[in-house]
Design a protein around this ligand. Structure first.
Ligand code: DP6
Length: 421
């Protein structure tokens, strides 16, 4: 180790996306290594709208590893954080910053302490895979700081040990998490199926649904499913392997009808195994069911799928529209059926890529009030409109993978003290 009076702070800032599974991961065969019982496939969401930014830093003056999430200090003692830190430190390499006169030998990383600050550009409490982006960003940024030689796929096997779904956030576009066969988990990692440019017609609208009750965590929910559900084995052994092949094919061919059918039926089956768990787990609520109904009726009326929906371990709907024009019609339908409460303004009700609002011809609340029912929803449960069932909508698209933010202005830690700015 060297440098000016051991006062130096070396840091790296990176940004990592969230992802939404279109073939779900649900159930582990190893709880500690986080090895799944089936492969899964996800779409990476545009980090401009949903991402985690993390700054990691090292200094001989730090006396312990510390972490801040959205400005608040959190404990790093958890087994999952510790697994990730241990795995990364074990692979650390020599690092030299000639300009700052810093030299760190690879053995030094075992003794040096880290400061980590992480920030989500979306509400953590909204239940939007914040742990996936967070753990992926932690692993990616530390790998850069410590000069790891591993590629993103090998890093995904480390992120996996922080949270299963995090391994899929190491890539943009369309990503497969291969369950692997090895007992040590070395082949349970993410691979990119196609990058975000491959199918750039797709538009994603997320309905953040107001949740009244606290949800069962994914970790304990899937543990209960594996122990009690009579259907989960059939899903993991018979259903998912076929769907994975079909989904890879649909993505490669940009075959939207197949993509939508697979994504919707797989989300529905995931929620069916939750209901088959004992005691049963309910992640979707009435609003989620009404959104499904809205999309299903429209798809049926058109004769071919326009929109796919998928729900993770919560009531939020992620809808994937086949193109921009469809997304604009979808947004009109959603705003008609799920209007905001009277004190909410349009600017905070539809966030993210607001150009979809323009395409839908909606400039203000008057335009929302002027929307009329579409033929397929007449006389259905959708006629019972109630305001405020959706907290807000996020318009986004498939996006790119992790990146290092070289410009120091993005750093969340002070370059002199190593404390949050
Ligand atoms: C429903 O990755 O949150 O989102 O591995 O225990 O941390 P742990 O669980 P987590 O589970 C995500 C489950 C899901 C489906 C998916 O993302 O594939």
């Amino acid at each position: 180790m060297g440098g000016d009076a051991e006062k130096w702070v070396l840091m790296v800032t990176a940004r990592t996306p969230t992802n939404i599974a279109v073939i779900k991961y649900w159930g582990k065969r190893d709880e500690t290594l986080i090895l799944p019982i089936n492969d899964s496939i996800s779409v990476t969401l545009d980090p401009n709208h949903l991402c985690t930014t993390t700054t990691v830093s090292v200094s001989p003056s730090f006396d312990q590893d510390r972490m801040w999430l959205n400005g608040k200090e959190i404990s790093l003692q958890g087994g999952r954080f510790q697994s990730c830190l241990r795995e990364i430190r074990a692979r650390a390499q020599d690092v030299e910053d000639k300009k700052k006169g810093i030299k760190i030998n690879k053995e030094d990383w075992q003794k040096l302490n880290l400061h980590i600050a992480s920030y989500n550009n979306f509400p953590t409490a909204a239940g939007l895979a914040s742990s996936a982006a967070g753990l992926a960003c932690l692993v990616f940024s530390l790998a850069k700081l410590m000069n790891l030689k591993e590629d993103n796929s090998q890093l995904s096997a480390i992120a996996r040990q922080g949270s299963g779904s995090a391994c899929r956030s190491l890539y943009g576009g369309f990503v497969k998490w291969c369950m692997g066969k090895e007992e040590n988990g070395s082949d349970s990692l993410a691979v990119q199926l196609a990058d975000e440019k491959h199918w750039d017609d797709l538009v994603i609208i997320i309905a953040v649904v107001s949740a009244r009750q606290k949800e069962t965590s994914s970790t304990s929910g899937m543990r209960d499913t594996v122990v009690t559900s009579a259907l989960i084995d059939h899903r993991a052994k018979e259903v998912v392997p076929k769907r994975i092949v079909e989904m890879e094919d649909a993505i490669q061919k940009k075959d939207f009808p197949s993509f939508a059918r697979l994504a919707c039926t797989d989300s529905n089956q995931f929620h069916a195994v939750c209901l088959d768990t004992y005691p049963p787990i309910f992640y979707m609520n009435d609003t989620s069911h009404r959104i499904i109904s809205c999309v299903e009726k429209w798809n049926r009326a058109e004769g071919t799928p326009q929109v796919a929906y998928t729900f993770d371990a919560g009531p939020n709907a992620v809808m994937i529209a086949r193109d921009r024009k469809t997304a604009a019609s979808l947004l009109q339908r959603l705003l008609y059926n799920f209007p905001p409460q009277s004190d909410v303004d349009l600017d905070s009700y539809v966030i993210g890529d607001k150009s979809i609002l323009q395409d839908a011809g909606i400039k203000d609340m008057k335009d929302v009030e002027g929307l009329t029912a579409t033929p397929e929803v007449k006389d259905s449960i959708l006629s019972e409109k109630s305001k405020g069932d959706v907290s807000y909508f996020i318009c986004t698209r498939p996006g790119g993978g992790p990146v290092v933010l070289a410009d120091e202005s993005h750093a969340l830690l002070d370059s002199v003290t190593g404390l949050p700015k």
